[in-house]
Design a protein around this ligand. Structure first.
Ligand SMILES: [Zn+2]
Length: 272
């Protein structure tokens, strides 16, 4: 161990350089991070240089961001460079000031919605639409997704007189999970918080259109998209399960009736 001239705050002799994994609770999350600091061998006092303290703060922020599925400073910087973007250019893509990009790369924790914007911008897309999940709405794809769920669950979707009470919840989870994991929804649908749960916005006008849509005209589902549908079908094998799960989501409970449900809600889903 390297002995340094830094003096203990209690005026003891030389401090010892420590590199150790630390654990702490930060903003409600249990995190582990690597810290470097000096410790007094006599009284245990820990002192960090300005540089060490900054590095520790960044390590705490990164550890927290990892637990929350947010980009770390390093990830933002690396992905930005991979896209050949300066901090200024990334800021312009996202419609934010360059100071924000600098702060995130320096360790400031971005909000979930800003992380979504980062996800889009760092994929080379301009800031997407938070209500369609970065995809043009495709009624044929809605039908296709419902047909897939029908097959996976061995249940009828879009029945006569159906008001999409559970069909829409399967579509909603599928779109949200696809957006959360790949930055893009599957159907491009916009959802609203209705008293019976998340629902396709303007579903009353859509229900006949969906029933009449020709799903063979839809862009085929990718393997990634299919895997998401399978996961959701396995997680919620019964209609009532997905209804109950959706009713437990804070993002639905916290909205007034009729309010639109942005795709940034996907980062706060608790049931899948
Ligand atoms: Zn001491």
């Amino acid at each position: 161990m390297k002995v340094n001239k830094i003096i203990c705050p209690n005026a003891h002799e030389n401090m010892v350089l420590i590199r150790a994994e630390k654990e702490m609770r930060f903003k409600g999350a249990d995190i582990k991070f690597l810290a470097e600091y000096y410790m007094c061998q006599k009284c245990g006092a820990e002192v960090g240089t300005v540089k060490q303290t900054a590095a520790t703060q960044r390590a705490i922020s990164d550890a927290y961001r990892k637990t929350k599925g947010l980009f770390t400073s390093k990830e933002i910087r690396e992905r930005r460079k991979k896209q050949g973007l300066t901090q200024q250019q990334l800021a312009e893509r996202m419609n934010v000031g360059v100071a924000s990009v600098k702060r995130w790369e320096g360790g400031l924790i971005q909000s979930k919605s800003m992380n979504t914007a980062l996800l889009s911008a760092l994929r080379g897309q301009t800031v997407g639409n938070n209500y369609t999940g970065n995809r043009d709405f495709s009624i044929e794809r809605v039908k296709l997704v419902m047909r897939e769920f029908e097959a996976l669950l061995d249940e009828y979707f879009i029945e006569e007189g159906d008001m999409l009470l559970f069909d829409a919840k399967y579509a909603w989870y599928a779109d949200m999970v696809a957006f959360r994991e790949h930055g893009r929804s599957i159907t491009g649908a916009t959802y609203a918080a209705l008293p019976h749960g998340p629902q396709l916005n303007n579903y009353k006008e859509l229900v006949d259109l969906i029933r009449d849509a020709d799903e063979t005209k839809a862009e085929p589902l990718t393997q990634e998209e299919k895997r998401i549908l399978v996961r959701i079908a396995k997680r919620f094998p019964e209609k009532q399960m997905i209804i109950d799960a959706a009713h437990r989501e804070e993002v639905w409970k916290g909205k007034s009736s009729g309010a639109l449900m942005p795709y940034s809600d996907s980062f706060e889903l608790k049931q899948i």
